[in-house]
Every structure is written in C-alpha cells, then in structure tokens.
Design a protein around this ligand. Structure first.
Ligand SMILES: *[C@@H]1O[C@H](CO)[C@@H](O)[C@H](O)[C@H]1NC(C)=O
Length: 273
C-alpha cells in the first residue's frame, strides 16, 4: 500500500517537472489558416480539417473543424515552444476516392500541408492568417503527394476513349467482347466493357485518378477461326498521347479496322475474362 502510494507521488513529481521543463519554458506562438476546398470544381462541404503541431514523437492537435457548405474553413491554435512551432494542416476527404473501406478511418484520403514559418506569430492570438492558395484537393495532392501513405486512388483524374471496327474473315465481327483496362502493378482496373455492334464497331471510354499517366489497354476476346473451349485474347496498348486530363476524354484512339483472323503478336488464350 505504502510503496504504491510513493510510486504515485514520484510519478506526480515527474509529470510536474515535465510540465515545468517542457510546458512553461519557451514562447507562446500562434497560427491561423483559412482556405476553400473544392473537388472537381464543386465546393467540398463537410470535409474534416485539423491543425497539428509536428512533434518528434506525437503530433499535438491545435484546432479542428469541418468545411462549410461553400467548402470554406478557418482554424487557429497556439502553443508554447522553445523553437519555432511547425504547424501543419491535415485534410481528410473522399474526393475522387473509391478505395475499399475497412473501418471508417481508412475511408478517407489524408492530405498534409505545412504552414510556412512566416505565418507564425508570438502570443496567443494569431496576428496573421495563412490563406491556402485557392487550390483544389486535387492540386493539393500534387503538392504533397510524397506525404501521402496511400498512392492508389490519388492524383489527376485522367480519361481515355477508344473505338474501332472488328472483322472476321472480312465480315463484320458482331457481339465480340471488348474491355478497357488500366494496367496496375497488382491487378488491372476495368474502366469499361462492351460488345461490338451488328456492324462490328465499338466505342468505349473511362477515367481514373492516378499520380502518373495512366496506362490504358484494350482487350478483345474473340473466337474468329478458333474452335477451342476458351477465347482468343488480343491486347492493344493505348498510346499516352491519347490520355487527357479531366473526366471527359478530349480525344478518341481509333484502332481502325482489325481483322481478327490475322495472327497478332499480343495474342493469347483466355478462359477467365
Ligand atoms: C471513332 O471516333 C472517331 C472520332 O470521334 C470517328 O471519326 C470514327 O467514326 C469513330 N469510329 C468508329 C468505328 O466508331
């Protein structure tokens, strides 16, 4: 009984000295930040924003809030520190994010922005306000992409369109399955899937957010001059100059007429498509 009481006393003394050493020594500094967040040109309302002071071990929360109906927010906070404080703004959002959800926390993308030193002022009330450049969340991604832990569904929204005509032995090849994929290191992402028309034509398009230029490809699954139980697969890479920024493709990659009866180098047999 006695010993545990004295341990408590020692702990209390230590935390009191910590407070004296690390809490009261230094200068009171403050910071304020405002900004407007948009997602694809629309105000990003109800987005959680947090102002942190970066520390070696654990960041200290200085203030938090959410954007209003116009996507606007304003946060401020203060802290006593011997050296200049290192505040940062964290934004937790779902703009163009369709990632898989495991628990509520992981359903958001986090963007971090460091607040420049010259916006830190002495005293409890900030004398200056850092007004975030009228950047969209997407622009933020480009600025701080190296700070992000998840790199799958972030970056620039890019789009692509492809069309053409398929023939088999010089006749229109109708009802042929065509798929538009984005090549990924682990698993390709399906952007669009169609069947050719009565006259053998098709047109497909899709879009995806990616930090680097997307690598779209067209897969054609056919049985032209082939009797096997599966299908023949032809893969055609879409050149990067046909990938454009934004949700709507600005160009169409026209593969022209393809005769499925010919032999192709990129041809293989596929049983699971
Ligand atoms: C493909 O798209 C181009 C440009 O929009 C168009 O001129 C052409 O007729 C289309 N071809 C097919 C087969 O849809």
């Amino acid at each position: 009984m006695q010993s545990s009481a004295s341990i408590l006393l020692v702990l209390a003394t230590i935390s009191c000295c910590n407070a004296l050493l690390f809490g009261l020594i230094g200068t009171e500094q403050s910071v304020a930040v405002t900004g407007k967040l948009t997602c694809n040109g629309e105000p990003a309302a109800h987005v959680r924003v947090k102002l942190y002071e970066k520390e070696a071990t654990l960041d200290v929360l200085l203030g938090e809030g959410t954007t209003d109906e116009n996507g606007e927010f304003s946060l401020q906070g203060h802290k006593v520190e011997v050296s200049t404080i290192d505040p940062k703004l964290n934004i937790y959002h779902k703009c163009n994010y369709k990632g898989v959800c495991f628990g509520e926390e992981k359903c958001y993308q986090k963007s971090s922005l460091t607040i420049p030193d010259n916006f830190i002022t002495e005293g409890e009330v900030p004398q200056k306000t850092f007004n975030m450049p009228s950047s969209t969340i997407l622009i933020l991604f480009v600025l701080v992409s190296s700070c992000l832990s998840i790199s799958i569904e972030i970056g620039n929204l890019q789009s692509v369109a492809v069309n053409g005509t398929l023939l088999c032995n010089d006749k229109p090849a109708n009802n042929i399955k065509v798929k538009l994929y984005e090549e990924e290191a682990i698993l390709d992402v399906l952007l669009d899937e169609r069947f050719t028309s009565e006259s053998g034509t098709f047109e497909m398009s899709g879009s995806k957010s990616e930090v680097t230029t997307i690598d779209p490809k067209l897969n054609i699954y056919h049985k032209c001059n082939y009797d096997g139980i599966c299908v023949r697969k032809i893969s055609i890479m879409i050149p990067p100059e046909y990938v454009t920024n934004g949700e709507k493709p600005a160009r169409v990659y026209n593969i022209g007429e393809i005769n499925l009866a010919s032999k192709f180098s990129g041809q293989s047999t596929d049983c699971f498509n």
